[in-house]
Design a protein. Structure first.
Length: 251
């Protein structure tokens, strides 16, 4: 396995385990299922001119606002809805919900409606045509992993400079999907990248709702024995300064 792909998968596995351990996977699954079910019920393309785009946008807005209230607690949400997750914080740069755990930054993305509850990974749009934040995350991960775009589409392997260091991936994306005719959802934790041959360097399942209206159950995170994200040192690239020619007359 390419060691850079392996580094991305290790990061996704470790982050998924952390999310499950602190309870973020469970409360996020409950919120996504709640929002998807409510918006699907009021989705009326024929009567109101709703579109799948407006449906996805409404879900994004609702998830952002409700997550913010439940993280902040207080009178913004019912006591039983408070998340109460230690060291969980959030920001909303350019209106995008961004969840923060030690060493991690996580954003959410809805799978295209036409995919149903099983994403067609090869059919995700290029990040440059997506939102600015998604594009930034994908480019940052590509830089951290040290990969470069292929020079030709006919090449089958990714190009990686031999001396390019592999950093630690800290920016991930929860990609979630909803059943078109039921309030059932599923989600994966992914490492988006801006490589020409792929849009995700790694993905690991988080949850998948069961039929019959039973609550979402987080899938067991893959076993990971490495250090947690807040214990991992940042990798510093090796930089050699190019000698400057001595000007004539200088010592």
């Amino acid at each position: 396995m390419n060691m850079r792909i392996e580094a991305a998968e290790t990061a996704a596995y470790a982050a998924a385990q952390l999310m499950t351990e602190v309870g973020l996977t469970r409360v996020l699954a409950d919120l996504v299922r709640e929002v998807w079910g409510a918006n699907l019920e009021r989705y009326e393309p024929e009567e109101r001119g709703d579109t799948t785009k407006s449906l996805g946008f409404q879900c994004s807005e609702n998830i952002r606002e409700l997550a913010a209230r439940r993280i902040q607690g207080g009178d913004l949400a019912a006591p039983e809805d408070h998340w109460n997750i230690s060291r969980l914080q959030f920001t909303t740069p350019r209106g995008v919900l961004t969840l923060h755990l030690p060493g991690l930054e996580i954003v959410l993305m809805k799978v295209p409606y036409a995919h149903g509850r099983s994403p067609i990974w090869e059919q995700f749009p290029n990040w440059e045509t997506s939102s600015q934040i998604r594009d930034e995350i994908a480019k940052d991960n590509a830089r951290v992993l040290g990969g470069s775009k292929l020079q030709s589409e006919t090449q089958s392997e990714l190009e990686f400079p031999e001396d390019s260091p592999i950093g630690i991936v800290r920016r991930l994306m929860v990609v979630w999907a909803g059943e078109p005719d039921a309030s059932l959802t599923s989600a994966w934790l992914t490492v988006p990248v801006s490589w020409s041959t792929m849009t995700f360097a790694a993905k690991t399942p988080l949850w998948r709702d069961e039929a019959g209206g039973r609550p979402s159950k987080p899938l067991p995170a893959p076993k990971y024995d490495g250090p947690s994200f807040d214990e991992q040192p940042a990798v510093e690239p090796k930089i050699a300064m190019k000698p400057r020619p001595v000007a004539e007359g200088e010592a």
